[in-house]
Design a binder for this molecule. Structure first.
Ligand SMILES: C[S@@+](CC[C@H](N)C(=O)[O-])C[C@H]1O[C@@H](n2cnc3c(N)ncnc32)[C@H](O)[C@@H]1O
Length: 261
């Protein structure tokens, strides 16, 4: 289910790269990014707050002792990357990046793969696409707890995959694994903003869907939420010196620990 590369069609990874000030984007992504900012004036802050949560969650997982991290919907490399934050806390931890976007995969493999770090193609809508990848199996021992990041990716997963995909992912994880996620939430968006955002992303490779707090919480069924629970991105364990302290009430974030069955 990898997307085919089309430089004339905007993609979520390249629009996000543009909003973060990156250079791995095309004219169509910049136009889509600007249209998104017009519809949602806080969009740039929201992208930065998303990145901030991804990096804080990665650090948190490393601080909890995880030495194997799976980052699904990892995006185009940024500075710092998740593995660099993880290695500050746990040198030698293994980090697997997964994405279904050709640019995110190619850039990840070119810029990020090093000892103990790989980037593979895979699709969160069909977790077997990466869970059964022999390269991933070489890196991650699924009989032990894994720290899983799924930041700003579930809102690109359509309703038809929303129940089976989390269940399939959960079934592959050992109790004690952590799942971190963020998701665009209808709670702090106006109906006009939701309509505009969804209409805009319909014209990209990644249709988007904002969901209610209850629908987002359901993605963490079987997991016990750690403090502070499911909260706006910037309220999830902010840190002094956070490189992305921007506020974004438009998306919610949380981390859960997989309970024993
Ligand atoms: C907004 S970016 C977030 C990147 C990174 N997780 C972060 O928070 O900084 C969303 C990423 O999810 C990827 N993505 C979207 N749908 C996906 C799917 N079904 N499977 C895997 N990756 C997906 C996109 O290609 C993009 O790179």
């Amino acid at each position: 289910m990898t997307k085919t590369f089309d430089a004339s069609m905007p993609s979520a990874s390249r629009i996000y790269d543009y909003l973060l000030g990156g250079t791995d984007n095309y004219e169509c992504d910049r136009q889509a990014g600007e249209a998104f900012v017009t519809a949602l004036p806080n969009a740039r802050n929201s992208a930065r707050a998303t990145r901030g949560f991804a990096l804080r969650a990665a650090r948190y997982l490393a601080e909890q002792g995880f030495d194997q991290i799976l980052d699904v919907g990892a995006g185009i490399p940024t500075t710092p990357n998740v593995h660099q934050i993880v290695h500050e806390v746990r040198p030698g931890a293994r980090v697997v990046y997964v994405d279904n976007d050709p640019v995110a995969i190619a850039k990840g493999q070119a810029l990020r793969d090093e000892d103990g770090v790989i980037t593979v193609e895979g699709d969160l809508r069909a977790p077997a696409s990466f869970l059964n990848n022999p390269g991933v199996r070489d890196m991650i021992d699924f009989s032990r707890p894994v720290g899983v990041l799924t930041v700003a990716v579930w809102h690109f997963v359509g309703d038809e995959h929303l129940a089976p995909a989390p269940a399939e992912l959960r079934a592959a994880l050992a109790p004690g694994s952590y799942l971190a996620l963020s998701h665009a939430c209808t709670e702090n968006l106006t109906p006009a903003q939701i309509r505009a955002g969804e209409a805009l992303y319909k014209r990209t490779t990644n249709p988007v869907k904002a969901r209610s707090r209850e629908q987002i919480e359901a993605l963490l069924d079987g997991f016990a939420l750690v403090e502070p629970g499911l909260v706006p991105l910037h309220e999830w364990r902010p840190r002094d010196g956070d490189p992305y302290p921007e506020e974004s009430p438009e998306a919610f974030a949380g981390v859960g620990i997989l309970r024993s069955p």
